[in-house]
Design a protein around this ligand. Structure first.
Ligand SMILES: Cc1cc2nc3c(=O)[nH]c(=O)nc-3n(C[C@H](O)[C@H](O)[C@H](O)COP(=O)(O)OP(=O)(O)OC[C@H]3O[C@@H](n4cnc5c(N)ncnc54)[C@H](O)[C@@H]3O)c2cc1C
Length: 360
């Protein structure tokens, strides 16, 4: 492993691999480390991505969408054409929404490989342990790095090393794989019996589906809720993994000392739906370019904070506000039923996909 580099990126998820790719493309020496032995494994994700056109509509100020998301078609497991949303009493709401599912392990490997092809040195099975200024301690030794990218997920140790705040609300979530044939619509299920304060999903893939749920607080542990959801539908789970989704919006400060926080580490998640792959990649690109601007042209690192906020800060804050508002009625199936009825198909789409920012 390198013992000195321009940029060390901690975490080879969508945020880190994208940051590493863009910094390396600018000619910087980039070291991308991940504690996982195999990038992307185990999978803890719904594995759904919105289509680039939906992203461009939802995040109109974000650049690089076409470049970031024109992915290898071989990665697409299933094209999704729409969503069916089921209320606590079983009423169904439908809307069109283009997207696709992936095998998240293959997707993460693809992004890490793009960073490697751009010139980044990839070091799996390498854990970030601590940092003091430029000295970064890992499980494989010390590295001197001019810039450190914290892309190590919602419980970011790198952010802590720079005294950055963590996301205030981490929602427990769990996913698994079930075998079977499913149509090309994704399904969401609301109700406090199923997923208190959140929702359950069934996202179709090839010959199987990703099934999971996310909740506001884990009064009942998420594995218990998932088992009940699957049992009611006669489904058997494989590859169960639980994690957290930061749903309180971006952390207040994403640049401190020589550290940039990106992706889940920075709270870059659309809180109204819990999706964070695309936003992690969009902000990862900005982080990689900002690190290059700083090291090659003396631009302040703070440029990163300004740029990601102008690209998608408004949308992420709006989605977090909407989520906070929704939390008031998500706790009551009666209120939830009423609100869903009032919103209708388009209103529900607007809240979930656009955090309430689009007109129905
Ligand atoms: C159950 C569940 C379902 C989800 N479903 C979806 C979905 O369908 N669509 C969607 O868009 N989003 C979904 N999300 C959110 C999405 O997974 C995240 O927003 C996204 O992965 C963020 O990418 P990231 O690169 O910031 O972090 P991560 O993908 O979490 O990557 C962080 C990386 O850092 C590494 N790391 C952590 N600590 C260290 C350390 N100390 N040293 C070295 N490496 C370290 C980890 O091993 C990991 O590889 C889901 C989340 C959960 C929990």
């Amino acid at each position: 492993m390198l013992d000195r580099c321009d940029v060390i990126v901690v975490g080879a998820g969508p945020a880190g691999s994208t940051a590493a790719r863009y910094a390396a493309e600018k000619g910087l020496d980039v070291l991308l480390i991940d504690k996982k032995k195999e990038i992307g494994v185990p999978v803890c994700c719904g594995e759904f991505n919105a289509a680039p056109a939906v992203l461009a509509e939802a995040l109109p100020n974000a650049s690089g969408i076409d470049e970031l998301f024109s992915i290898d078609p071989g990665l697409v497991q299933r094209v999704i054409r729409g969503f069916v949303v089921t209320s606590p009493k079983g009423r169904e709401y439908e809307f069109d929404l283009s997207g696709y599912t992936v095998n998240r392990d293959a997707f993460d490997r693809y992004l890490a490989d793009a960073a490697f092809r751009a010139g980044a040195v990839l070091s799996p099975d390498t854990k970030f342990i601590g940092r003091e200024g430029r000295r970064v301690t890992t499980s494989r030794g010390e590295v001197d790095a001019r810039v450190v990218v914290a892309a190590d997920g919602p419980l970011s140790r790198v952010c802590r090393s720079a005294g950055m705040e963590q996301s205030a609300v981490l929602a427990p979530a769990i996913s698994c794989r079930v075998e079977g044939e499913f149509d090309d619509r994704a399904r969401l299920f609301f109700g406090n019996r199923i997923a208190p304060g959140g929702y359950a999903w069934v996202f179709p893939k090839q010959g199987c589906a990703n099934v999971g749920l996310g909740v506001q607080k884990a009064a009942t542990p998420v594995p218990v809720l998932l088992r009940a959801f699957l049992a009611e539908r006669g489904l058997a789970a494989r590859d169960i993994q639980a994690g957290f989704v930061p749903v309180s919006g971006p952390i207040p400060e994403t640049v401190r000392e020589n550290v940039l926080a990106v992706g889940d580490a920075a709270g870059h998640v659309v809180a109204s739906n819990g999706g964070g792959i695309a936003t992690a990649m969009i902000c990862g690109r900005i982080a990689g370019l900002a690190a290059a601007g700083h090291l090659l042209h003396g631009e302040p690192l703070k440029t990163y904070e300004r740029e990601w906020r102008s690209a998608l800060g408004r949308e992420l804050l709006a989605a977090a506000r909407t989520k906070r508002m929704a939390d008031r009625f998500l706790g009551s199936d009666f209120l939830l039923e009423r609100v869903m009825g009032l919103l209708g198909n388009h209103g529900i789409r607007n809240i979930i996909v656009f955090g309430g920012l689009r007109k129905p």
